[in-house]
Design a protein around this ligand. Structure first.
Ligand SMILES: Nc1nc2c(ncn2[C@@H]2O[C@H](COP(=O)(O)OP(=O)(O)OP(=O)(O)O)[C@@H](O)[C@H]2O)c(=O)[nH]1
Ligand SMILES: [Mg+2]
Length: 730
């Protein structure tokens, strides 16, 4: 055994190389020290008494700027609870000089300018205006306990040059956490740290100072620093003058800031009003017994951390990159909440969503947000068909970054990309600080916001609105109705399907109570679909045995007022509040009995035509008509057909979902489920066989298309050849 005595022996050559490097560092450190002393003595010759020194502190986040301010001004250093997000100014009299120190917000040490938030970039520049008419010196604070990498070097250079490319003649490097060095001299540290730091020291013309903010009352280090600052003030081009930011630039920045503040106020007001409206809607519904949250976002935006904060436990791993979806559950304020964490850039597809799924787009508030970020998020969300925005809100992570600034200020300053995204989410947003993940108040508010967000969809479902949301969320909404309402709803739901042909064929009868209002076309389109309530049917149910028929005939109608419940609907007073779409009314009546692609794509006829189609098995007839239909019609037909399958399947599942209901509700739902079970299963079988047929036709069409394309190419080639030979002959 080479190392038989079990003592670790270093290889001789490594030892020699290390000793050699140490000797070289020592040599260079001595040379640097001598150079520094020489430069200082030259500058001291020009010293004149100074009565006023204005300083701006610059540096990455956590570099020790605020501690440096306190040490310089001889203040008690208190443990910082929040980040310095806006510039702070401190003043004091030191050794007979009036000293002003401006503390500025730092940037992430591994971020280049393009990655830093606009607000932070601008705040750093605006710091100069807090020590009018301008600073004499900039102190660039660098921690000595962190490796100084090339990335950090570039990040420092880019951020400082935001102020001016000529800033360097006024910069002094202030090494913080000086106690870390122990017996090592500053020069030895500089020489051993590597090329990026040496580059920076040279850029600052070999000006540096070490500060130990842990030693209280060490006046010597501050006196020495003030001396060095005065030397800079007298040196080279500055010779006593201060740096002044261009007045025009300053005015522009301040003007922009003011506009943003005003817009931020408006946004906040708008959000408050929206929330009030949603809350008043929510009062008419019971609170959701459970909730599902899907976290979506780019890489390293804090999705998993947000999941942990929401569930108030370390459910998701934040030390490693998330590479697959994971769902965890917990209870928040008596509500069952499940959170789905997803990998960065995960695309939301329908299969990961359930009825009460809310989507939170996680955005790191400490980073810049550009068009590319917005487009990526939009792509992620629209992978599922693009209908998810109404149940989506923005969740800003890194709330601790905001310090004493508001999220609205950030949204307004970051630019159009972020504003557009927030608007797409209906101006719904929230901030969480995952560093203080035990703070329950932030989660409580988030839960409220999510519930408010879902209210619109739930109301739509109850009133027969958006067909997609209805199919996935009716089950939960049923739970929030009173028991009487539930019975009524299930009864009517069944009746609605069986009774429809009868009500459709009956002669409409005008009553004075009904007032018909026409909806604009675009709203009508949005509202049509499988969940349209046939009011002629509801009218007859509500009016009892006498069989009151509403003047709507067989035209589907929906409720105008979101607050209407089934009970209120029964009240005669509300009959005047029913809306009806007369969209293509004449055509509806003329075509009501025809099963055609056209009638399927017709917003009003689609519902009933589909039902007839599924009953009659007349799919083949329709397929035969495709040739004469437009592509849009064909697409609409396929969409409709799938929706129908989904709707009927989900509808029956909802009826059969017993575990979250009360005993009475269980009984009602079970009864309904049994009734429907066989019918639904056989209906699914029938639909599956039709889907198979569709698939076959699709592959036939693909083949046909390919054949046509190759024939077309061949014809073109032939034509070209003929033309060429004709040309040759000429
Ligand atoms: N200071 C602070 N750090 C945070 C916050 N949120 C997340 N972090 C940190 O950011 C890093 C990344 O957080 P993750 O939650 O793993 O981010 P992710 O989006 O899940 O990352 P991927 O799954 O890899 O895409 C971790 O080191 C977190 O501690 C926050 O609000 N404040
Ligand atoms: Mg993760």
């Amino acid at each position: 055994m080479e190392n038989g005595n079990s003592v670790f022996e270093m290889q001789e050559n490594i030892l020699q190389a290390t000793a050699e490097e140490k000797r070289r560092v020592e040599e260079r450190a001595q040379l640097r020290f001598i150079r520094m002393k020489k430069q200082r003595s030259q500058m001291r010759e020009r010293l004149r008494p100074v009565s006023d020194i204005r300083i701006v502190l610059l540096g990455a986040k956590g570099s020790g700027k605020t501690s440096a301010l306190n040490t310089i001004l001889g203040r008690e250093s208190i443990q910082q609870t929040s980040r310095t997000a806006q510039c702070v100014v401190g003043k004091g009299v030191l050794f007979g000089r009036q000293v002003t120190v401006v503390d500025t917000p730092g940037w992430w040490m591994n971020y280049f300018c393009a990655e830093s938030a606009i607000f932070d970039q601008r705040e750093m520049v605006l710091g100069l205006s807090l020590c009018p008419p301008g600073p004499h010196v900039f102190l660039l604070v660098i921690r000595v306990d962190r490796a100084f990498t090339e990335t950090y070097r570039r990040s420092v250079q880019e951020h400082l040059e935001l102020i001016s490319q000529h800033i360097w003649s006024r910069v002094l490097l202030l090494f913080s956490f000086g106690d870390w060095l122990g017996g090592t001299t500053t020069e030895q540290y500089i020489e051993s740290e590597g090329e990026p730091l040496r580059w920076l020291v040279e850029r600052c013309n070999n000006r540096y100072h070490i500060l130990n903010s842990k030693t209280k009352g060490d006046e010597f280090q501050v006196r020495e620093l003030i001396g060095k600052l005065e030397e800079i003030m007298m040196s080279g081009c500055s010779s006593g003058r201060h740096y002044e930011i261009e007045r025009r630039v300053l005015e522009q920045l301040e003007g922009k800031m003011k506009q943003e503040k005003d817009r931020a106020k408006d946004r906040l007001m708008r959000r408050k009003t929206q929330r009030q409206m949603a809350k008043s809607q929510l009062e008419k519904l019971n609170s959701l017994p459970e909730m599902r949250i899907v976290l979506i976002g780019g890489r390293k935006t804090g999705k998993s951390s947000c999941g942990n904060t929401i569930l108030n436990q370390k459910s998701f791993d934040t030390d490693v990159q998330t590479i697959s979806c994971a769902e965890k559950r917990g209870e928040i304020g008596g509500k069952l909440v499940s959170v789905l964490d997803t990998p960065g850039c995960f695309s939301v597809t329908a299969d990961v969503l359930t009825a009460s799924s809310a989507i939170l787009l996680v955005i790191n508030v400490s980073s810049s947000f550009k068009d590319a970020h917005r487009e990526a998020l939009e792509e992620q969300l629209e992978a599922g068909g693009g209908r998810l925005w109404r149940r989506t809100m923005v969740l800003f992570s890194y709330g601790d970054w905001l310090g004493d600034t508001s999220i609205e200020q950030r949204i307004e300053s970051e630019g159009e990309s972020l504003q557009r995204l927030v608007e797409k989410c209906g101006n719904r947003y929230h901030v969480v600080d995952n560093k203080h993940w035990r703070d329950g108040a932030q989660v409580k508010e988030l839960m409220e916001l999510v519930e408010e967000m879902m209210v619109e969809e739930r109301m739509d479902v109850l009133q027969g609105g958006d067909h997609m949301s209805k199919s996935v969320s009716l089950a939960r909404d049923v739970m929030t109705l009173s028991k009487k309402d539930i019975k009524e709803l299930i009864k009517r739901r069944h009746q609605l399907f069986s009774d429809l042909p009868e009500s459709a064929s009956s002669t409409p009868d005008c009553t004075a109570a009904a007032q018909i209002v026409t909806l604009p076309g675009h709203r009508a389109r949005r509202r049509t679909g499988f969940t349209i309530v046939d009011m002629s049917y509801i009218g007859s149910v509500l009016s009892g045995a006498q069989g009151l028929r509403w003047s709507t005939g067989n035209i589907p109608v929906w409720l105008s007022a979101p607050h209407l419940t089934l009970n209120s609907l029964m009240h005669p007073r509300n009959q005047t509040m029913l809306l009806v779409s007369s969209h293509n009314h004449h055509r509806t009546l003329a075509e009501e009995d025809t099963i055609s692609v056209h009638s399927l794509c017709h917003p009003v006829l689609k519902d009933r035509t589909l039902r007839r189609l599924s009953e009659s098995g007349g799919l083949q007839m329709l397929i035969d008509q495709w040739g004469s239909s437009s592509l849009e019609e064909l697409e609409a037909f396929i969409d409709s057909y799938f929706e129908m399958v989904w709707e009927e399947t989900m509808g029956s599942c909802q009826d059969a979902e017993p575990d979250r209901a009360t005993a009475e509700l269980d009984a009602v739902i079970e009864e309904a489920a049994e009734e429907k079970e066989k019918e639904v299963l056989s209906s699914i079988d029938r639909k599956l066989s039709k889907l198979e047929l569709l698939e076959e036709i699709r592959s036939d069409l693909v083949e046909l298309k390919q054949n046509l394309e190759s024939s077309w190419r061949a014809i073109q080639e032939l034509g070209d050849k003929n033309k060429r030979s004709q040309d040759d002959t000429c």
